[in-house]
Design a protein around this ligand. Structure first.
Ligand SMILES: [Zn+2]
Length: 764
């Protein structure tokens, strides 16, 4: 129930309201906003309504047109131009804004040669042609050539081997086929995980070069008509991208500290995150002659793509020459940081970010996320002029250098670590935006909160609430009856864990700050990820033509920011998070059980002679290795800690519902201050200063990416990664310190619950 007629009136009274606002007596909405007193919830609902009504798709469109008009990668003229334009806009809207500059290692292509020398000669084009109907595709002089940033320099000639996605499982299969990649150049298709894992695993198996191509099965005509007839990748489209190794994100020369002008830098040869072999991304037009020239075994069925060839693995007879070298320059990145100072709780920061750099014109990635973010800030500036001042400080960040390796956000978080750990309430990220569903990711202390936000935003095409649509979508997508049953019992959206892959990484994994990633997607009519065709013309023809979902993103993320910033109590609820952590522990148990069963069965079949008897002598496979069956692992310390965690979380949730059911009487300023101080500390307790085994930068013991999954989250990575490596003793060795972290979190929540309970007694 929106109260449109009130808006004008409110402007005048709001700043002075201290008692129950009168005009709302007629049927007010049930004012249960997490962490709000009844009275403030009513005011908040009105301001948020005005905010959402103020969001204009036309402005979002115009920002996208402006920001994606020219290529704007790190170090380009238009990257800086955009940063300055964004700065001027934030200032115009009343934010206290500045640019923070860091100096980072950013390699750009110098030499790129790919040719086949045998059995026939072919030289790869390595160039995305302009499309006549699409004006920005012809900006050749400013476009960054197709390459993988942070590939090692190298000049190699070797037989070619097709390795499917190039994951570890694929190499196990190759081994059984009796094929080695030692001394070979591998060709992997894009998909199934972070691209940087492909050259890493290839090098671990002895390959000396790596090609990554976009197969039309996953990315091209198999999905729909290719551009410009349709929105999908055309034969010569190439996915650029970083292949930085996963030891730590950010500037390779300054791990763990800000890449400021005078920072101490590693020598290039000591930078751990540059690949060890040369890597190059190619189109399927360039891949086709190479793959067609392979012989050797026919690829297993699930390795085959959608090219009109029989997929062979090799090695050879295709002999390939790959020569890559980069300009290893230090380049500036420009983060635009814009602050709207809070009133009562200026020292508590609510942070929102999206990157502004792109690989080329980047309409979808990143401007489809950035333009709505700017529109949020514009409307908040407008509300501020009308009398709204957030209780907490709001900080809007337009990051530079996300594409090469989260450079801008990581260096900023590393530089401001102490302040952030003292002040940051939460970080909300977006990166792209398309049509479809909003499936939140992040830390589940914000699950209840973001579900509430999603209830108050309307899906532009179905007119259901964003909550309802996403909730029902997750039921439709559930894998089995049990999961559907679980979802039907819920009255919140499930927040899935984040690993790595966008600017939330340093906040969550390094600084211990609660995060959310909010974007719409899953109803795509095309994809031009990291190519010159991801531009304004393509986006407005095939993706969110009328920016209805751009508006929905502004409304969702902006409402979340305002609601976090204005709440009396930081609006977290830990029960969903305790449940999620319990599930991560169950997943570990299940993984162990599955491995025990799998290896027991395999060893039995080896003994029975199953592999020998079923092997086709014309297409022989080597039998799999016998494996030691994993021992039982003592997860009891974690399970005990989780019992405590659930108890503390339940205690806090109970206090929260008592607060709400009592009509959320205002708590004293002193009570609020002490509970909020407790709440601010809890996310930091997820950290362990030693970090993950072998990856000390990643300090969060629950939320982390996998070393071999990159983007993908691997909750409780310290234990899980060792299990993946079949190092069972080491896995067990990590359990006590994970348990300790969970204990610490439980104690932190308990303290908040205790302060909350005593504050509630005082309001009687
Ligand atoms: Zn992006």
């Amino acid at each position: 129930m929106k109260i449109h007629w009130l808006s004008g009136f409110l402007l005048i009274v709001l700043p002075f309201v201290s008692a129950q606002p009168e005009p709302l007596a007629a049927n007010p909405p049930p004012a249960v906003l997490l962490g709000y007193s009844s009275q403030n919830a009513v005011l908040q609902t009105q301001w948020e309504g005005k905010f959402r009504d103020g969001i204009s798709p036309a402005n979002i469109r115009e920002s996208m047109r402006r920001l994606s008009a020219r290529p704007h990668h790190v170090g380009s003229a238009y990257d800086k131009d955009n940063a300055e334009w964004i700065l001027s806009k934030f200032r115009e809207w009343g934010f206290d804004a500045k640019i923070e500059t860091f100096n980072v290692l950013f390699p750009t292509p110098k030499v790129r040669v790919l040719e086949m020398l045998q059995p026939t000669h072919f030289r790869a084009r390595l160039q995305e042609p302009a499309v006549a109907s699409d004006p920005t595709t012809g900006q050749t002089a400013e476009q960054l050539a197709t390459y993988n940033a942070y590939s090692a320099d190298g000049d190699v000639t070797a037989p070619l081997v097709y390795v499917n996605y190039g994951n570890r499982d694929d190499y196990e299969k190759l081994e059984r086929l009796g094929i080695s990649v030692k001394g070979a150049i591998v060709i992997a298709r894009y998909g199934q995980g972070w691209r940087g894992v492909k050259p890493k695993v290839a090098a671990e198996h002895g390959a000396i070069g790596c090609l990554i191509y976009s197969d039309p099965k996953g990315d091209g005509y198999f999905a729909g008509d290719a551009y410009p007839a349709g929105g999908w990748r055309s034969s010569e489209g190439v996915q650029r991208g970083s292949v930085m190794d996963t030891d730590y994100p950010g500037d390779p020369l300054t791990p763990g500290m800000g890449a400021t002008a005078n920072a101490k830098r590693l020598a290039l040869k000591d930078a751990k995150t540059i690949t060890t072999i040369p890597v190059l991304p190619i189109s399927y037009a360039d891949a086709l002659p190479l793959l067609s020239a392979l012989q050797g075994p026919v690829a297993p069925e699930d390795w085959r793509g959608a090219l009109a060839i029989t997929y062979h693995i090799g090695p050879g007879p295709a002999l390939v020459h790959l020569h890559i070298s980069s300009n290893w320059d230090i380049k500036p990145v420009y983060d635009v940081i814009a602050t709207l100072h809070g009133s009562t709780d200026e020292g508590q920061w609510v942070i929102r970010g999206n990157h502004h750099d792109a690989w080329v014109n980047g309409a979808d990635d990143p401007i489809a996320g950035l333009a709505p973010m700017l529109e949020e800030a514009r409307v908040m500036g407008e509300l501020h002029r009308q009398g709204w001042t957030p209780r907490r400080t709001i900080i809007y960040c337009a990051w530079d250098g996300e594409e090469p390796g989260l450079l801008g956000s990581v260096e900023w978080v590393e530089t401001h670590l102490d302040e952030l750990q003292k002040h940051a309430v939460a970080y909300i990220n977006s990166d792209t935006n398309e049509r479809g569903f909003m499936l939140p990711e992040g830390t589940q202390d914000l699950q209840n909160f973001i579900s509430g936000v999603a209830r108050d935003v309307q899906d532009p095409e179905t007119h259901l609430s964003v909550y309802e649509r996403s909730h029902l979508y997750s039921i439709a997508k559930a894998k089995d009856a049990e999961e559907r049953g679980d979802l039907r019992k819920r009255n919140d959206l499930v927040v899935t864990a984040l690993g790595d892959g966008s600017d939330y990484t340093a906040f969550q994994d390094f600084a211990g700050i609660s995060t959310l990633s909010v974007e719409f997607g899953d109803e795509d009519d095309g994809d031009q990820y990291h190519s010159i065709y991801d531009d304004f013309h393509w986006y407005t023809e095939f993706v969110d033509k009328d920016f209805a979902y751009g508006r929905a993103l502004s409304q969702t993320a902006g409402t979340a920011i305002m609601r976090l910033a204005d709440a009396d109590l930081i609006p977290v609820d830990f029960s969903p998070q305790a449940d999620a952590i319990e599930k991560y522990e169950h997943d570990l148990e299940k993984l162990l059980k599955d491995k025990q069963d799998e290896f027991t069965e395999r060893n039995l079949e080896l003994k029975e002679g199953v592999f020998k008897a079923t092997n086709d002598p014309r297409r022989p496979l080597l039998p799999p290795h016998a494996e030691t069956v994993p021992p039982f692992i003592n997860l009891a310390p974690m399970k005990n800690a989780i019992v405590l965690l659930k108890k503390s979380a339940g205690r806090y949730s109970l206090a929260l519902s008592t607060y709400n059911s009592k009509g959320s009487a205002a708590l004293s300023a002193q009570s609020l201050a002490s509970i909020n101080a407790d709440l601010l500390r809890v996310p930091r307790l997820f950290l362990n200063q030693k970090g993950l085994p072998g990856r000390p930068w990643f300090k969060n013991q629950i939320y982390a990416p996998g070393a071999y999954t990159g983007y993908g989250a691997k909750p409780v990575a310290a234990v899980r990664e060792y299990m993946d490596e079949k190092k069972w003793t080491e896995a067990e060795g990590q359990v006590p310190q994970v348990a300790q972290v969970i204990d610490n979190v439980a104690a932190g929540i308990d303290r908040a619950a205790q302060d909350f309970e005593s504050a509630l007694t005082q309001t009687h």
